[in-house]
Write a protein that binds this ligand. Sequence first.
Ligand code: PLP
Ligand code: COI
Length: 346
Amino acid sequence: MSVEKKDLDWGNLSFSYQPTDYSYVSEWRDGAWDEGGLTTDHSITLSECAGIFHYCQEVFEGLKAYTTEDGSIVAFRPDLNAERMHDSAARLEMPPFPKERFIEAVREVVAANAAWVPPYGSGASLYVRPFMIGSGEVIGVAPAPSYHFHILVTPVGPYFKGGLKPIKLKIASYDRAAPHGTGNIKAGLNYAMSLKPTMDAHRTGFAENLYLDSESRTFVEETGGANVLFVTADGTLVVPQSHTDSILPSITRRSLVQVARDLGITVDERPVEWAEVKSGAFVECGLCGTAAVISPVGEIHEGDAVVSFPGGHDEMGPVMTRLRETLTGIQDGALEDKHGWVFKIA
Ligand code: PLP
Ligand code: COI
């Protein structure tokens, strides 16, 4: 059944919030999640002593829903978001929201907001943001005694202004994640500490920071909101790994590794030294994530030194383009979904 879409300028949406018709909410208290359900109330009222306000007990997820060519509404691999949120919650001593219920809640809230899912071909999508907060009162450092799980949805366009134009990164002078800390989970605390470096980057003309590992400042990790990928002159896709478990396990990156293998591209997942990047070993660079999809990187600056990627400096390079087209083709139903990644909602 198709619904009449909202009257929005779908082709010109930015990556920003606007409330839709419904959010999803469930509360955990006395050791159990309640039955949960949809709400038209997009606000939350909490005690001044709620755990979220004092000890930052918050985890979140990000995924997208799309309209396919035949008018269906689908989401991309929500099972992996459910799993990652489970891991994130466990790391912050929060009660994980059951994976099957997470997937069902995504289905319910996206279906209820079908009129807000951007039409096929608009380049936009419905961003789905599940999050969980410590809502119960704590004053000593301790896990909160109760929790809220919410999902908000909002229609979005490209994360980086300029869409597919290669962006410039700088090597951050701050660190993103401690070795064996929380860099491998999706918790708001990781982003609070990235705000200053992010704004410093923006103020000096860069789209984002590329963070090095904080233990040795030798290896490339990722940016504030996306994993990084490189391509060598012989067409190998090089995917940085962390010795210290401080890179977020991006679902887009894990999918692209499979897509690359399916396309016959050699994939090398290993630690990557910043010195190797500086030596000119790579011809293309890109950022990948739900919000970023694949965004090409043209240059990385470290002080006055500039690393330029000749295969994708002025426009997205051939390997990144192939990966992006294949992934988005699978997501919007134009290409075969061999791995069962596309989750039909309506
Ligand atoms: N790395 C960070 C720090 C992120 O915030 C994100 C966004 O979710 C990603 C990587 C990409 O992950 P995913 O592809 O699962 O969206
Ligand atoms: C996402 O890609 O879903 C993210 O959460 C990145 C965020 C920084 C917008």
